[in-house]
Design a protein around this ligand. Structure first.
Ligand code: DGL
Length: 268
């Protein structure tokens, strides 16, 4: 049993969907969240830059005495997870392995779609792991870079979002997918819109929920769950305080954000 906090990070506020899912499953765990709001987006940056940012953030979280780190960003998971695991002496969880397992369980026709940032899709991280585990899969991967700003604007049901989604989704429809991996921590907010557009017969794999389940199982297996009583408050650190953070962050978390501090991680 280990009562130290869990460190969670993302390029910005999308990772709060992972925090919400973690909080639902593990209400007694203290969570420390770092959103790199000064340097978001990661989705169009190089692997080298994302690895550097992820190392700095992990050092910051280590300074908070966390027992494990959860990379609540698909782009950072795609590029930096292997490096962080090799360098840190605590467990490091990402969003990709849990999403891959969930997609493999969900598909019946072996046709899987993936949507994510340009970085996540170009890295091939999901495609390679899915193929390793099931070489018979037909995978259609589509970069959907316009979705993050639309979600942050709360244009979830807006006609412009539907037009853009229609354009992005047609190759996936054409491929006859029965499972769609939402390979970005912002996308769980789009689930109702995606179900309306695609129909209930297409399973949506939500990387926030699948990651939280995976972390829960791993902590329980390794004897690292907290024995603390009550629900400790979420500690939120940001590298910049964007004007809309409180409002947008509250939508991702589904509750009001308290305890927000601005920090610099570059010297960590
Ligand atoms: N959080 C990022 C992800 O899950 C999306 C936002 C960004 O591009 O930084 O890939």
């Amino acid at each position: 049993m280990d009562n130290r906090p869990l460190g969670v990070f993302d390029s910005g506020i999308g990772g709060l969907t992972v925090v919400r899912a973690l909080h639902e499953l593990l209400p007694n765990e203290q969570l420390i969240y770092l959103g790199d709001t000064a340097r978001v987006p990661y989705g169009n940056k190089s692997a080298e830059t994302i690895i550097r940012y992820s190392r700095e953030i992990s050092r910051f979280l280590r300074s908070k005495n966390v027992k494990a780190i959860i990379v609540a960003c698909n782009t950072a998971s795609a590029y930096a997870l292997t490096v962080l695991r090799a360098e840190l002496n605590i467990p490091v969880f990402g969003v990709i392995e849990p999403g891959v397992s969930a997609a493999l369980s969900a598909t019946h026709n072996n046709r899987v779609g993936i949507i994510g940032t340009i970085g996540t899709i170009n890295s091939g991280a999901y495609q390679n792991r899915l193929r390793e585990q099931n070489p018979a899969l037909a995978i259609t991967a589509q970069a959907t870079p316009l979705l993050v700003p639309l979600i942050e604007e709360d244009w979830l049901e807006h006609s412009a979002t539907r037009v853009i989604l229609d354009e992005y989704l047609w190759p996936l429809r054409l491929a006859g997918i029965d499972t769609l991996v939402l390979a970005c921590t912002h996308y769980p907010l789009l689930k109702p819109t995606l179900t309306n557009l695609l129909g209930h017969h297409i399973a949506l794999v939500d990387s926030a929920q699948t990651c939280a389940r995976f972390v829960h199982e791993a902590l329980a297996r390794d004897g690292l769950l907290s024995t603390a009583d009550g629900e400790p408050p979420l500690e939120v650190y940001l590298t910049d305080l964007p004007v809309h953070f409180q409002k947008a962050g509250g939508r991702f978390l589904r509750k009001t954000l308290a305890h927000v501090s601005v920090v610099s991680v570059e010297d960590c």
